[in-house]
Ligand binder design. Sequence first.
Ligand code: SF4
Ligand code: SF4
Length: 284
Amino acid sequence: MNLPGTGILKGLGVTLKHFIVTYTEDFKYIGKKAGVEPRPLRRSNPSNHGIVTVQYPDEHLPVPENFRYIPFLVRDSATGEDRCTSCGICAKVCPPQCIWIVRTEDPVTHRPVPAPKEFYIDTTVCMNCGFCAEFCPFDAIKMDHKYEITSEHNRSQELLFDKDRLTMPDTYHASIHPLDWARELQEKAAEEAKKKAAAEAKAAADARKAAASAASKPASATAGGAKPAPPAAGGAKSPAGQQSAPNVPSKPPAQPPPAAKPPAQQAPPPATSPQDPPKPSAGS
Ligand code: SF4
Ligand code: SF4
């Protein structure tokens, strides 16, 4: 039989043990810096002993890679250009419709240019679903890890994020989404390899085509120009030594000579007129 109050004392003992263990855990890591997880991580570890409280906001628990808060636009560091083409897909798929995009226009032709002139996200409406990042065909919008966006000053303006505030370099994206970044690099490399293979295949096909047309040129010249050699009399022999069909004589068989024309009737010598006196010879 337990004495009254022993349960309470036991519970208090457990609390006291956790309190002491919390600090002895921290003492274990004093002076050891390399390879030691930061305190908030150790505190949140399920195998940790002691109090699990993290001293927020002085301490922050690290967030997983796929944690998502407000989206941001990615700018290519190599080219200095925005990845966004202002296609508007993200604005279409956004469930609470909190994205506004203004397209850039060519000042001369007034035709749309694939770049956003203005880009707004109303963060008071955004529900952090990540659809915009999922559907963007250009990997131009990603979900940020920053969740401390509230402010004491002029909240209405600060929570409507404009393009300048939304844009971040791709190095930032790589630092918070290392796996996603590696996937992007892999896909880019695969695409380039595919393009290179296609270009090589096209060049090889062109070369084959050129060679074939070059080979066919002399043959066509023979067919159109020089006459083939006359077949040997009695029929040419095929390469296999077999007698080929008797050659057709190059000349048609001689036609029977046309019947000789009857000699044309000679006109009778002009009759001397009896009245004409005979011509005197030169000597008489
Ligand atoms: S962020 Fe992506 S989906 Fe949205 S407009 Fe830009 S390119 Fe299109
Ligand atoms: S995270 Fe969701 S709600 Fe927020 S802007 Fe993107 S699509 Fe819209």
